[in-house]
Design a binder for this molecule. Structure first.
Ligand code: FAD
Length: 382
């Protein structure tokens, strides 16, 4: 048992930490305020190799692993979650399905641009009428000659409408299984395909410098060869993608929780009340100590889930535990950090206000807290 980072992992963490402080921090508040996508920051993240972190070099990746991605996400989210979720969704939801399930031709077509950060991809599972219950998918794809004809809609899809979005993978009902359940498959839809429209961006509470859209498919035709992996394997594919993604979201949540500690320590030393820094009060010190305790234990939970995944061991329960715990404590820390900042904590110019607005979605996206509890209970044989 050794959770200390290797020299290589520590160096990656340092370089992303420096990047977040020096490049992301100075510009992100304005993007957040104006709801604009930080293209220049994303371009620089691409140059650093962050989009290729967990992929093999033969496909244009950096030859690292999923834990390296998690370390990068934690450090980015310590400063800003919009940038972190853009990377998380691009890698774990956008490129990973192609990498894991694609044909050699699909990999050759899409991975070089996705892994360099030159292009982004979205993953369309959620629909306007169904999220947690993916079995309720209504979007349909019918094979007509050598083309899939797709009809339906997807909701809340990250990275689906930027200027550099190249494609989305969508889950669709492609038939009926022998037991009567829906046959689900995953299909690649390139941006600009006739019949595929991207609605204007949502007005969101948080993650406002990230890209999220509803997508509509109206007799949208793509080649039969755009099927990702085997027909009927859509359910198994997204379960795998989401299991991994939960570790990445946990890392992102730990980053936000740690950012709350950083900002609270800084403010507690600066701000004076009753003739002394507010941080001299044990009530404030204990709040910060509890915040650090939560960030630390949540970090151990995602390290454990990642270690199991990389060892090829079952990790479903541990990933759900890590995601549930990290998202819960991220919300706790954001609330306490705001409290420590008093009235300034309610002002958008303070990072903790952003952390507060960004924290809640962590208990919802990539499986709500209730869904995580369902996964844990099921894995315990209940
Ligand atoms: C900013 C943002 C980005 C997103 N990005 C993506 C993306 O890139 N791709 C994508 O596919 N999706 C994406 N999502 C969608 C997200 O994953 C879903 O919102 C989430 O899975 C919950 O689904 P839902 O919103 O339909 O809620 P519902 O499933 O309708 O759930 C509503 C409430 O009921 C609860 N609930 C449901 N069933 C049960 C049950 N059996 N027992 C107890 N409680 C239950 C839920 O926990 C929740 O509290 C994104 C969402 C947001 C807000």
């Amino acid at each position: 048992m050794d959770f200390r980072l290797t020299d290589e992992q520590a160096a990656l963490r340092e370089s992303v930490r420096d990047f977040a402080r020096e490049v992301v921090a100075p510009v992100i508040a304005e993007h957040y305020e104006r709801h604009t996508f930080p293209y220049e920051v994303i371009r620089q993240m691409g140059k650093m190799g962050l989009f290729g972190l967990p992929f093999a070099e033969e496909h244009g990746g950096m030859g690292g692993d999923y834990f390296a991605l998690c370390l990068a996400l934690e450090e980015l989210a310590r400063v800003d979650s919009s940038v972190a979720i853009t990377l998380e969704a691009a890698v774990s939801l956008g490129a990973m399905p192609i990498y894991r399930f694609g044909t050699e031709e699909q990999k050759a077509t899409w991975l070089p641009r996705l892994l360099s950060g030159e292009a982004l991809a979205g993953f369309g599972l959620t629909e306007p009428g169904t999220g947690s219950d993916a079995g309720g998918t209504q979007t349909r794809a019918v094979l007509d000659g050598d083309e899939w004809v797709i009809n339906g809609a997807k909701a809340f899809i990250t990275n689906s409408g930027t200027d550099i979005t190249a494609m989305v993978t969508v889950t669709a009902v492609t038939g009926t299984n022998p037991d009567g359940s829906k046959e689900l498959s995953t299909i690649i839809v390139p941006t600009g395909t006739p019949g595929f429209t991207v609605a204007p961006g949502y007005s969101k509470v948080g993650w406002t410098a990230s890209d999220t859209h509803e997508l509509n498919f109206d007799d949208c035709r793509v080649p039969a060869a755009n099927l990702l992996g085997e027909r009927g394997r859509g359910f198994a594919q997204f379960l795998r993608i989401l299991d991994e993604g939960r570790i990445a979201i946990a890392a992102l949540a730990v980053g936000l929780a740690q950012g709350c500690v950083d900002e609270s320590i800084r403010y507690a030393k600066e701000r004076h009340a009753f003739g002394r820094p507010i941080g001299d009060n044990q009530a404030i010190q204990f709040k910060i100590a509890d915040m650090e305790l939560k960030a630390h234990t949540a970090r151990l939970a995602y390290y454990d889930a990642a270690a199991r995944m990389l060892a090829g061991e079952p990790f479903k329960r541990q990933a759900a535990i890590a995601k549930l715990h990290a998202s819960t404590i991220a919300v706790d820390n954001a609330r306490e950090a705001t409290q420590i900042h008093g009235g300034y904590g309610f002002m958008n110019e303070y990072p903790v206000a952003r952390f507060w607005r960004d924290s809640k979605i962590l208990e919802i996206g990539e499986g709500t807290s209730e869904v995580q509890r369902m996964i844990i209970a099921r894995d315990l044989g209940l």
